[in-house]
Every structure is written in C-alpha cells, then in structure tokens.
Design a protein around this ligand. Structure first.
Ligand SMILES: [Cu+2]
Length: 147
C-alpha cells in the first residue's frame, strides 16, 4: 500500500517536471534577428532582434554569446552630458505578455573584437541566455550597410 502511494506521488512529480521542462523557452519567440555589415577595418559590430513573450510571467535576458567575436555584450544608448553614450547592461527584462526589442538607436548586442568583417548575406550563430527559458540558439543574418 505504502509502496503504491510512493509510486503515484513519483509519477505526479515526474509529470510536473515534464510540464515545466516543456514550457521552458516555449513561450518566447525571437524574430528579426539581424546584424549590419561592417567596413573592412571595423573590429566591432552590432546585432538586433525582437523577443515576444506570450507568458504571463516576466523573463530576463541575462547573457549573450557568439563565436564570431572575442566579447559579446548587451548595450543600450543613453544621453550623458548631451552626448549619446553606450552603456553595458547586465540583464534586460522581457515583459510578461510583451515584447523586448533590440534595435538601432536603442538596445543592441555589441560584438567586440570581430573575427572578420561582416559581409552582407553572411550568417553567424548567436546564443541568448534567459533566466527562465534557458538558452535560445539563433542564426543572425547580416544585412547590407544601407539596409
Ligand atoms: Cu554598443
């Protein structure tokens, strides 16, 4: 008798665990993943994307990684003493049932120490690390300098 109660409790836990695992990452959708081509001597580039969160809970973007640069950071622009400055962010909130946008003039992913010039049409991997959803692997498409 005891034994069967233990088994059924275990199966409840396992089911709960499976449900939790399935929902992780499933409610975040990352679109518009792009980067801008860089001039031949440039050592830095930027990447942009949009995260849609259809979950009723907020998530946090807590890290970024790419093999294409020595360092990858999250940045934002802010006015300081009348000058537009870049400022590194440790984490960025993804609002519940909302959208987080990384776009030119605002939040951006900074690729520092580029391995090579980014050419239009090129693709490279980018990993976004979310506090709740875990890692999301993306492919960034490089757009032309004018686009
Ligand atoms: Cu920057």
């Amino acid at each position: 008798m005891r034994h069967s109660i233990f088994i059924s409790l275990m199966s409840v836990f396992l089911t709960l665990f499976a449900l939790t695992a399935a929902s992780a990452g499933g409610n975040l959708q990352v679109t518009d993943v792009w980067s801008r081509a860089t001039p031949p001597t440039a050592k830095v580039g930027a990447a942009y994307f949009k995260v849609e969160n259809s979950n009723s809970a907020t998530d946090m973007l807590v890290g970024v990684a790419s093999p294409i640069a020595e360092r990858v950071e999250m940045h934002t622009h802010m006015m300081m003493d009348g000058m537009m400055m870049m400022h590194q962010l440790e984490s960025v909130e993804v609002p519940a049932n909302g959208t987080l946008e990384f776009k030119p003039g605002g939040n951006h992913i900074m690729l520092i120490g580029l391995e090579h010039t980014l050419l239009e049409g090129e693709r490279f991997p980018l990993t976004l690390k979310f506090k709740n959803a875990g890692n999301v692997e993306l492919i960034v498409t490089v757009r032309g300098l004018g686009g």
